[in-house]
Write a protein that binds this ligand. Structure first.
Ligand SMILES: [Zn+2]
Length: 571
């Protein structure tokens, strides 16, 4: 029956395009279409950068002529190009523009990095580390003043995570932070309770200390920036990524994407959520939204670059103890929480959130807000439900970003209203250990609740929140989509033996939809990409194993043999 059905599909397309020979034919493989029925066919023909026909090898080969390139897949699998729903590509490409920064998993790694920098940076000049999350260090704490001194006593060193930091003795001295200063600024400078000496730990560090640029830092020209971004996109292609959404795009980043588009150097389809500040007068915000809606790449996106909408930040972070929860966080040494009633930080209140989301939906802009805690996600879900009563939200492709902790209500509303969820599975792997030891298992019931979202028919899309460095696994956060897929199947976290709520694991088909068609929907481009149905753009990858049947641990080491955009090989 399946063979007959496929033969009919092929004949239908074949007769329509009979006179036009295919440019490229892939045969004898397993082409995963990601269509409604999740069909897998042997063969695919491509013409003018689009899928011309799919079906049996014996039928599809008839679409070729002497000039047609034919690739014998020898049983290999073809998938639609993978899409990452959340990156910060322009910034991430620049992280190591000055010098290499290795991944750091424990305090010994932090010390080793400082030692290598101390050999290059002249004595007396500052060494600064930023965004090394202490919740991702094995010790789950700041490196102490003594540990930083041990790495180098001859350079001032400042280690930053979020607003807080840790400094060595020379940095404290240069900033004038001594016992007397500490006594005057007890909220900023942590001290040893017996001696009163500063421990090196600083809260809201920028109020009391600033690292000065060192003489090894050089200014970087636009051309060099573009070269780095191109290099990052080539690496995305190597891991099978053909589309991304930039989830906090500023003006210079927007212009950089346009520059690469004009130079025909975009090997990844880019859609952007423009970052806007949620504060100030509503009229001023509406003016900014009008400007974004007037962007020619919003009004008429180019195939490889377009603006989809805006992003704001509703709450804080789950790695820094500031995500907004319905129940109190609970006292914590790691997160520095002393108030038993503390529930987190809400930067945009519900009424303002509703004004912003409504103004976006009215203009056809996709609204999204960074929401980590379950109170934040549920608040935005209710906001969308209220707007949806008189203004349909789904066509705008508005969404909740991160949405790490949800509630039954938020999941249900996402299905009913039709807003999307942009969610990062790598955080389960990297941060599950710290989160579970703090919150306990029960509070993680709707942590990255993928199965519940799929069951409710929600368009959930997989993303990395890639913000630093080039390299699929050495980056922060890791952007390897096959690692992400493996996490959706296993719910395994590093340093934990048991999976986290395995009932929330996806099956193989859902896992593939999560990184393809669902993200195409979030990009507002599901009619063009995200599946390999005839007429769509031929964005696809050839991989070395059968992702539908291979052993689960083999999923994360899948090799991408080649990556194609518009029917042209880019890797
Ligand atoms: Zn982000």
């Amino acid at each position: 029956m399946k063979r007959l059905l496929l033969a009919l599909i092929t004949l239908h397309i074949g007769s329509a395009l009979h006179a036009q020979p295919a440019d490229l034919i892939l045969r004898n493989g397993k082409v995963v279409l990601v269509d409604k029925n999740f069909s897998v066919v042997e063969s695919m023909a491509i013409r003018d950068g689009r899928v011309q026909a799919v079906g049996l090898s014996a039928d599809i080969i008839k679409l070729g002529n002497r000039k047609t390139r034919v690739i014998d897949l020898q049983g290999k699998m073809v998938l639609p190009g993978l899409i990452d729903s959340h990156v910060h590509a322009t910034g991430a490409s620049m992280t190591e523009a000055q010098h290499e920064i290795p991944p750091m998993e424990n305090i010994a790694d932090v010390q080793a990095y400082i030692r290598t920098r101390a050999k290059v940076v002249p004595k007396g000049e500052w060494i600064r580390l930023s965004q090394v999350f202490i919740t991702r260090l094995k010790e789950q704490r700041y490196p102490s003043r003594a540990e930083l001194d041990a790495a180098t006593p001859e350079h001032p060193v400042l280690f930053r995570t979020g607003p807080d930091g840790s400094a060595n003795s020379l940095a404290l001295k240069e900033a004038g932070i001594d016992k007397a200063f500490a006594a005057k600024h007890p909220e900023n400078v942590m001290v040893n309770p017996t001696t009163g000496e500063p421990t090196g730990i600083l809260r809201q560090a920028s109020r009391v200390i600033r690292a000065k640029p060192n003489s090894t830092q050089k200014p970087i020209e636009l051309a060099a920036r573009d070269k780095r971004l191109t290099k990052l996109f080539a690496d995305y292609n190597r891991r099978g990524i053909t589309g991304v959404i930039d989830r906090n795009c500023g003006s210079s980043a927007r212009d950089q994407y346009e520059r690469l588009l004009d130079a025909r150097q975009l090997t990844v389809r880019v859609r952007v959520s423009r970052g806007v500040s949620a504060g100030g007068e509503v009229a001023a915000i509406e003016k900014r939204l009008d400007d974004i809606a007037a962007d020619p790449y919003f009004k008429k996106p180019a195939p490889r670059f377009g603006v989809i909408g805006v992003k704001v930040f509703q709450d804080g972070g789950m790695l820094t103890g500031s995500a907004l929860f319905q129940k109190p966080w609970g006292k914590s040494k790691i997160y520095g929480i002393k108030d038993p009633e503390y529930r987190g930080m809400q930067y945009v209140k519900e009424a303002r959130l509703e004004e912003l989301a409504r103004a976006c939906v009215q203009r056809g802009l996709a609204f999204t807000a960074h929401c980590q805690g379950d109170a934040a996600t549920t608040t935005l879900a209710r906001v969308y439900a209220r707007i949806n009563k008189d203004l349909p939200v789904a066509p705008s492709r508005s969404s909740i970003t991160h949405s790490s902790f949800m509630t039954e209500e938020a999941i249900r509303l996402a299905g009913e209203v039709g807003f999307g969820i942009d969610l990062q599975p790598a955080w389960l792997y990297q941060d599950g250990f710290t989160l579970q030891s703090h919150f306990g298992k029960e509070r993680l019931k709707y942590f990255i609740p993928l199965k519940s979202l799929f069951k409710a028919g929600v368009k959930a899309g997989g993303g990395s929140d890639h913000m630093q460095r080039i390299g699929p696994l050495r980056s922060v956060n890791p952007y390897d989509p096959f690692l992400g897929m493996w996490i959706t199947l296993t719910r395994k976290a590093r340093w934990l033996d048991e999976p986290i709520h395995p009932e929330q694991a996806l099956n193989r088909q859902e896992m593939i939809r999560y990184y393809t068609i669902n993200n195409a929907w979030l990009m507002r481009a599901e009619k063009e990409i995200g599946s390999l149905e005839p007429g769509k753009r031929a964005d696809f990858i050839i991989i070395d194993r059968n992702l539908l049947t291979c052993k689960v641990d083999k999923v994360k080491t899948t090799q991408v043999l080649s990556t194609w955009l518009d029917g042209v090989q880019v890797k």
